[in-house]
Design a protein around this ligand. Structure first.
Ligand code: CA
Length: 242
C-alpha cells in the first residue's frame, strides 16, 4: 500500500441507511470510501479502480455478493474482500470463504468491529509478492527459507528454484499462515485468467513442494491438507489438523 494516500475502501450495500452509516464511519477514520448499491456496479468499477478492500454485502438484488466474489476470483482478481452476511446466510458465509473471500462479518455488527476486521484483512493482504517482485520477504519453512523475490527455497548452500505455480502457491500459503485456503483459491492465485490449468495442477504442485520441504512428504508438517477444504501453511511443526 502506498503510504502517501489513505486506503481506498469500496462498500457495496443496497440498504442506503446501512451503506451511509458504514461509509461515513469509515470516512471519519480517514479512509477514502466509495459506496455502491449493487454487485454489477462493483464489477464495473473494478475494471478501472484498484481498491485496497471491498466490503461486500451478500444479500444484494439480482447478482448476490457471493456471486460477485466468485466472479472476481474466477477472473484472477485477488482484491481483499470482507463479506457482510445476515445470520440466516450461514451457508453463504462458509461458501464465501471457500470462494475466496478474506473474511466475513455477520449482521448486525458494530462499526468498530468492521473497522478492526478491515484493518486486519488489509494488513494480512497488503503484501502481494506477484505484483511486487522486488520484495525481500523471506519465510522460514522447516529447514528451508522461502525467498519470495528470488522464487526459490534455500537451505544453506542448497537452492531449489520454484516453478511459477509452485512459487504462487507457496506465496499464497505463506502469506496466510494458519489459514486454510481452498484449492479453488490457490488455483486462482496461481494462474493468469485464461490459462488452462486445473485443480489437479494445484495438487501436483503441492506434491512437488512437499517432496522438497517436508522431512516426510507422506506426513506433511508444514504444508498440510485440510480434508474437504484445501491446504494450510503451518509455520511451526504441529500435529496434522485433519
Ligand atoms: Ca442487503
Amino acid at each position: 500500500m502506498d503510504r502517501a494516500r489513505p486506503p481506498h475502501l469500496v462498500v457495496v450495500e443496497d440498504d442506503p441507511a446501512l451503506r451511509d452509516m458504514v461509509c461515513s464511519y469509515l470516512a471519519q477514520q480517514h479512509f477514502d470510501v466509495t459506496g455502491l448499491d449493487s454487485a454489477e456496479a462493483l464489477l464495473q468499477r473494478m475494471q478501472r479502480t484498484r481498491p485496497d478492500l471491498v466490503i461486500l454485502d451478500v444479500g444484494l438484488p439480482r447478482m448476490s455478493g457471493l456471486d460477485a466474489c466468485v466472479k472476481l476470483r474466477a477472473e484472477g482478481d485477488r482484491v481483499p474482500i470482507i463479506l457482510l452476511t445476515a445470520r440466516c446466510e450461514e451457508i453463504d458465509r462458509v461458501l464465501g470463504l471457500e470462494m475466496g473471500a478474506d473474511d466475513y462479518l455477520s449482521k448486525p455488527f458494530s462499526a468498530r468491529e468492521l473497522l478492526a476486521r478491515a484493518r486486519a484483512v488489509m494488513r494480512r493482504t497488503a503484501f502481494t509478492p506477484i505484483a511486487a517482485p522486488d520484495s525481500d520477504e523471506a519465510v522460514r519453512i522447516g529447514d528451508f527459507v522461502f525467498v519470495m523475490a528470488e522464487r526459490c527455497l534455500r537451505r544453506g548452500e542448497e537452492v531449489r528454484v520454484l516453478s511459477t505455480i509452485e512459487c504462487a502457491l507457496l506465496t499464497e500459503l505463506a502469506s496466510h499462515p494458519g489459514t486454510t485456503l481452498s484449492r479453488e483459491r490457490l488455483l486462482a492465485a496461481s494462474h493468469a485468467p485464461g490459462d488452462d490449468i486445473s485443480l489437479r495442477a494445484v495438487d501436483a504442485a503441492m506434491v512437488r513442494l512437499r517432496r522438497t520441504i517436508e522431512p516426510d512428504p507422506a506426513m506433511p508438517r508444514y504444508l498440510q491438507t485440510v480434508r474437504g477444504h484445501g491446504y494450510v501453511f503451518v509455520p511451526r511443526s504441529t500435529h496434522a489438523l485433519a
